[in-house]
Write a new protein. Structure first.
Length: 269
């Protein structure tokens, strides 16, 4: 057995040399809160060099994969006028560090999307090596609709999709289901039942177990050698949007469940 960190917002399962990390914060819809981010980064650091772990699976409990950044925390940060810039940048950079930890781990990583996968959760899935999705799962990059920018996750989305498709997702905040995610190459496996998901997981495990752990680690390192992301710059761009009047309005309207002023419903002919 292995020793894993004690966690509150992640439920951990270790079986047959694979670690499954379940995001488990029902109250916040598995949002990437500061505490959840800290736990996930600590987990990944703790098993990075552990040879007893061949692969890592990311899943969400509570019928959702991940709802993205914790907008409630972000909204509270904006009231700290004296330090809102530092706090906002630190929040964004922590998400960036999690994505870096996922993409740089020498283990095979798998995301199982069984429910909504939104914004930062979308980026987290894109940072993994393999994505399994249920056909009725929802994928959405909602940042621009809230007056924000997906700068921190953009490089990971570009690594998953063609430039044109990734560009449209990030600019327009489109929503697609698991079927479309599979058709455009965002997801690697399409499941229509829990039985399908387990079958795909078993298939992936079987393939990984036939490969040398050292060879996988070296290959992943080589593949990601040109994967350079400036998380500081991305965080600063995110703050610029949060500080802007439209970013402030976007966050406010999110909690008030109304449309921002720029969301005008006009029929184009």
């Amino acid at each position: 057995m292995i020793t894993l960190p004690k966690t509150k917002y992640c439920f951990l399962e270790y079986q047959d040399d694979w670690l499954t990390i379940h995001l488990d914060n029902k109250e916040k819809k598995n949002a990437l809160s500061a505490k959840l981010l800290d736990e996930m980064i600590e987990i990944l650091d703790s098993v990075r060099e552990n040879k007893l772990v061949r692969g890592i699976i990311f899943r969400g409990r509570n019928e959702i994969f991940c709802s993205g950044a914790d907008l409630e925390e972000l909204h509270q940060i904006t009231y700290h006028k004296g330090s809102s810039r530092e706090l906002t940048i630190a929040m964004s950079m922590k998400i960036g560090r999690l994505l870096e930890a996922i993409v740089s781990t020498p283990k095979i990583t798998v995301s199982v999307i069984d429910g909504p996968c939104i914004a930062g959760g979308f980026g987290m899935a894109c940072a993994t090596d393999i994505i399994i999705t249920m056909d009725n799962s929802i994928f959405r990059l909602s940042e621009t609709k809230l007056g924000l920018t997906p700068a921190q996750i953009a490089p990971y989305v570009f690594n998953r999709l063609s430039y044109s498709k990734a560009r449209l997702f990030m600019l327009l905040g489109d929503t697609i289901d698991g079927n479309m995610a599979y058709e455009i190459g965002l997801a690697d496996y399409l499941a229509r039942s829990d039985k399908d998901i387990q079958r795909f997981i078993n298939k992936i495990r079987s393939k990984v177990n036939k490969c040398s752990p050292n060879a996988i680690a070296i290959t992943k390192k080589d593949i990601s050698s040109n994967h350079s992301i400036d998380i500081q710059k991305a965080a600063e761009l995110f703050y610029d949007c949060v500080e802007h009047a439209e970013g402030q309005e976007g966050l406010q309207t999110f909690f008030e469940k109304r449309n921002p002023s720029w969301a005008k419903n006009k029929n184009n002919t």
